[in-house]
Design a protein around this ligand. Structure first.
Ligand SMILES: [Fe+2]
Length: 303
């Protein structure tokens, strides 16, 4: 008997005897993982991945194509774009993770995707300031709201960090025609938890389609657009930082956001009217409710 066979006979459970035996063998190989959470996650991953391969009967050619797709997702990721996050977004996984990690029900404001365009250190603003910092033509928008805790108590001194795309659908850090920090601002709530600021109505925009995720959207005959929205990150001591978006109720693609971030609760009432000089203007009133927790801040996706 050869040395290798002698070794195998000492571990008979590791010998694969047909397709049906494989999953249990892999799970047994991982069973000694000291980190119990890592063990739980990889046990589920192997079970679901093996079931997926069995259900779809993936061919070797398709398997190679899939591996190549994942490799290119990594290669397309850099300082200004995270194709991996985008893939998770386009598959609804990011929203699912967010929903499962947030308190259920409507008693607190729902969180949704941070997105790739948040920047740390937005300019600190006074109440009522305009976050338009240059020649940005658009429909003037007055945004106001109130920040409370889950008992309805006003959160005074809360930080309201807002950022948005321009009326043509570009964030300032992807558009050389906009001044630095255009359409970004950091406001502080007053003693009654209130804030307000001026801006212009944002436009919807497409997610990047120049990488493998674009190929996927094309193959699935899906459009890449997101409905118009304002991003908010609201933080106060003793509360879980709220990262969310408020969507324009009259926006194109509201019902077909490419990244599935539109939660019913987050559709804001953008009231449009005509001012005394006949120009269109709009208002948005939206209140935020934070849940108790730890105040944290994300690592900026873009340095
Ligand atoms: Fe956005």
């Amino acid at each position: 008997m050869s040395a290798s066979l002698q070794q195998n006979s000492a571990h008979p459970d590791g010998i694969v005897r047909g397709e049906s035996s494989l999953t249990d063998i892999v799970l047994r190989a991982m069973a000694g993982t000291p980190d119990s959470r890592l063990l739980e996650i990889f046990t589920a991953l192997v079970k679901h991945a093996h079931a997926f391969v069995r259900e779809t009967r993936i061919t070797e050619e398709e398997f190679e194509k899939g591996i190549d797709f994942l490799v290119r997702i990594g290669q397309a990721t850099g300082p200004s774009k995270n194709e991996g996050v985008l893939l998770a977004d386009l598959l609804g996984i990011s929203t699912l993770v967010s929903l499962l990690n947030s308190r259920r029900g409507n008693e607190v404001t729902a969180s949704t995707l941070l997105g790739p365009f948040w920047r740390a250190n937005a300019p600190r603003c006074n109440p009522g300031d305009d976050i338009v910092r240059g020649a940005t033509e658009g429909i003037p928008l007055l945004v106001s709201g109130r920040v409370t805790d889950d008992k309805g108590r006003p959160l005074a001194g809360a930080d309201v960090d807002v950022w948005q795309a321009s009326p043509v659908g570009y964030y300032e850090n992807q558009d050389p025609d906009q001044p630095d920090m255009n359409l970004r601002g950091l406001f502080t709530t007053d003693n009654d938890g209130r804030f307000h600021f001026r801006t212009v109505r944002p436009a919807g925009y497409p997610v990047p389609t120049d990488g493998p995720c674009g190929e996927l959207l094309h193959a699935q005959k899906r459009h890449p657009y997101r409905p118009a929205h304002l991003h908010f990150m609201i933080s106060a001591s003793g509360c879980k930082t709220l990262v969310t978006q408020v969507f324009a109720d009259d926006s194109e693609h509201l019902n077909s956001d490419a990244v599935f971030a539109v939660l019913e609760q987050l559709v804001g009432n953008f009231e449009q009217y005509t001012d005394a000089s006949g120009k269109p203007c709009a208002t948005l009133r939206y209140d935020f409710v934070l849940e108790p927790g730890i105040r944290t801040f994300p690592t900026p996706p873009i340095p």
